[in-house]
Design a protein around this ligand. Structure first.
Ligand code: DQA
Length: 144
């Protein structure tokens, strides 16, 4: 099983940005946590981060035929990007939407999620553990 974990803009600033929402772990800590969890579970994974919408679209397109599942935190593009939604719909790879913070309890502009329209599951508010729960969900989903 091959899973691609995609993080969008400003998630490379984890550990520095708004710790009350996103905690103290850095992006490097997050990658290490995901990689060691996947290793334990016998899952092949690749982590990718970009601040650029087009690069995120390219990465999703490149996943076609290569990955069985996608875990994506599109960051602020969650609330604006039809292009990322369309990319996920194009490749038809089962995708879990994950947010570190509890977006549903935050500002009104965070209540819209385009990616949700293509996601098989959404996980919010569990901190970086949400990535591991997303991988668990995908791994069960893909075995069915
Ligand atoms: C986020 C929530 C988004 O609203 C925000 O723009 C982010 C991070 C989260 O993980 O909680 O960059 O996706």
């Amino acid at each position: 099983m091959k899973i691609l974990v995609i993080n969008g803009p400003n998630l490379n600033m984890l550990g520095i940005r708004e710790p009350a929402h996103y905690g103290r772990e850095t992006y490097a800590d997050l990658v290490e946590k995901i990689e060691s969890y996947c290793k334990e579970k016998g899952i092949d994974c690749e982590c990718y981060q970009s601040n650029h919408e087009g690069c995120l679209v390219d990465k999703i397109q490149e996943a076609y035929g290569k990955f069985d599942g996608i875990v994506i935190n599109p960051g602020a593009y969650t609330h604006t990007s039809v292009a990322i939604l369309d990319a996920v719909k194009s490749v038809m790879i089962p995708t879990v939407e994950i947010h570190i913070s509890k977006v549903e309890e935050r500002e009104d502009f965070r209540q819209i999620s385009y990616i949700r329209l293509a996601a098989v599951k959404t996980i919010t508010g569990l901190g970086t553990d949400g990535y591991l729960r997303s991988i668990d969900f995908l791994s069960d989903y893909l075995k069915k």
